[in-house]
Design a binder for this molecule. Sequence first.
Ligand code: MN
Length: 157
Amino acid sequence: MNETMVKTPALRPSLGGFRWAGVETRAYKDEASAPYLGVTRQTLASDPRLAGELRYFEVQPSGYSTLERHEHMHAVMILRGEGRALVGDEVFAVGPHDLVTIAGWAWHQFRAGPGGPLGFLCLVDAERDRPRLPTRDDLEALRADPAIARFLDGDAP
Ligand code: MN
């Protein structure tokens, strides 16, 4: 790797409000086909010298990330807000500084509560497989658990 090619500055200061200097706020996903509501993405660290990437996602009140799974893992730290997460066959409440580990091939989705945005850091492999969306059969199997069905419907716990 030619280090003179690498442009990442040593410091990208916080601008407050969960924004950082030199970091663009983008749509969560490029694919219009992946269902989600009210989610933005900021790539905080992505550098050829790193095997991982650090992203910050923000889900607007009552919004949700895509229900998906894939081979690669996620390590997540909630930074702001309250919400709920589905990981594998578990549904749980999340809030600031909770840590969430999403194992390979575990179904996962984050849903923000109504009171404010849910923001979280997500560490991921830089080289990774593409997320898979649930089939009708996958959804039926997930919905066999009433707690998961309520979560997927966005109902209060
Ligand atoms: Mn994912």
